[in-house]
Design a protein around this ligand. Structure first.
Ligand code: DX5
Ligand code: ZN
Length: 217
């Protein structure tokens, strides 16, 4: 199974967004990870639709939009219209999980569901057939630069087992504290899409770090 890397621009120098996006592209990342926070679902505010629109203009990579907002059904269609290639929303953030999935399906983009570290993984099981990806948060969402929560590894393994038992082909994405030390264990546990912010943007040689993440070493 090949490993994809999604570069979280929350960790970049936002005053140089265009050059940071070019660096991501030139370094071999597979996706741009775009973290949207509303100050309600999580304790921070990041960026939203106008920034997505501008960022899309200067990057050829697909955009993986991670919505950390309450009632994402209010915004999903607009994020798609502004260029999201994948939308991932949190199951804790809405009572309309199936209609959020349908909004993405109807507009022909891929869709993921996510859970916070404190949420039981079994809560995603009813939706596994309906989504393309499950994002297991490996830090409390809201901020970059936090330490990986070690016991999330078990959660990834449990989810991977469930996906295999059902004979499904779904992507497990991980987000938070991913670096060359934590990547091997999440990959061994079944994750194939790694989000990384700090580890990539603090690097002198981003391409080397992306290679390391993909090799799991
Ligand atoms: C946190 C965000 C992450 C964050 C990851 O809520 O979802 O995407 O940018 O940053 P690092 O890789 O620094 O933990
Ligand atoms: Zn994220």
């Amino acid at each position: 199974m090949s490993i994809n890397v999604s570069a979280s621009i929350l960790g970049c120098d936002l005053s140089n967004l265009e050059s940071e996006l070019k660096r991501v592209e030139a370094s071999g990342a597979d996706y741009v990870h775009f973290d949207v926070m509303d100050g309600v679902f999580v304790n921070n505010i990041s960026f939203g639709l106008p920034v997505l629109k501008c960022a899309k203009r200067v990057s050829k990579l697909p955009f993986d939009v991670h919505l950390m907002i309450t009632s994402p059904e209010r915004y999903i269609e607009r994020f798609i219209d502004f260029g999201a290639d994948n939308i991932t929303f949190h199951i804790e953030s809405t009572d309309s999980i199936e209609s959020c999935i349908k909004m993405c399906r109807d507009k022909g983009i891929s869709v993921g569901i996510s859970i916070k570290p404190g949420t039981d993984v079994s809560l995603v099981y009813p939706y596994l057939e309906l989504v393309d990806m499950v994002l297991i948060m490996t830090v409390e969402p809201g901020f970059g630069g936090q330490g990986f929560i070690e016991n999330m590894v078990e959660k990834i393994k449990t989810l991977n087992k469930k996906i295999n038992e059902r004979g499904l082909n779904k992507v497990i994405q991980v987000d938070g504290g991913i670096n060359e030390k934590t990547a091997p264990q999440v990959i061994l546990s079944g994750a194939t899409n790694l989000v990384a912010g700090t580890y990539l943007f603090k690097a002198d040689d981003m391409a080397e770090r992306i290679r390391k993440l993909k090799q799991g070493i």
